[in-house]
Design a binder for this molecule. Sequence first.
Ligand code: SF4
Length: 294
Amino acid sequence: MTRDPYRIWISEIMLQQTRAETVLLRYDPFLRRFPDVASLAAASLDAVLVAWEGLGYYRRARLLHEAARLIMQRHGGIFPSRFEDILALPGVGRSTAGAIASIAFGLSKPVLDGNVRRVLVRWLGEVPPMRVLWDEAARWVEAASSPGDWNQAMMELGATVCLPRAPRCLACPARDWCRAQGALAGEMRPRKRPRPLALIVRLYHDPARGIWLVQQPQGGIWGGLWTPPLVQASSPPSRRPDCVHLLTHRRLLLFAESAKAAPQGPGRWSREGRFALPVGIRRLLAAIGWENRL
Ligand code: SF4
């Protein structure tokens, strides 16, 4: 188990919104490309976004890059060891700061990610306000002889035993003091999925220059990333989509539309994978046989 704050930071940020199986595939290649804070800070944002491909929620990669530069400027390239300094890094919230501070530096700081929250709610047998849950998480970690091990064990318990829909109470080491023991298993059911979103993907290809890309506005789907021009269809075309892509919160129906007309407005050509493309767009290009045109 690593105590290197840089490696812990990268894994915690990756795990924030990406499934552990996906993170396992991307973590080592990312660290080979950026083995330390200095290499991450010195890289271009485009290079970081390319290395982040497949992890989704690219805002995290942008903030990671920003934070690495801040560590170079404010802390001389040494990962900060004070909780307040860790918490001040872009993209690091209280729970992530708690994980880094406890695992890398042995500080008694609580973690309250989705998994730990579910475990504590069940131990208490009720769903209290977040403030109470933070107090509860802090109380347990302060009593632990090894805060980092305690926080990791809690995250692991939530991820593998105290599962959202079917907690494995018979195999749980916390059975003796857990008030719920599975009785509240349904209290955090995911909300109903919103309707699928139909997108027309306008593809312009120039044999010498590649595919035409535009930058998506911040805040929308794939905000800040470069993609072929997208048009949201108010009602989906009557044909089958060329690609159906699942985001964690939305199902996208992607319809390719090739055009010969020269592109208008700001944008850039992409060849040889210079820019990070969302996985959904890569899958669409593969589905229509355009993957070699990048
Ligand atoms: S006993 Fe069941 S509900 Fe309670 S913490 Fe363990 S797995 Fe979760």
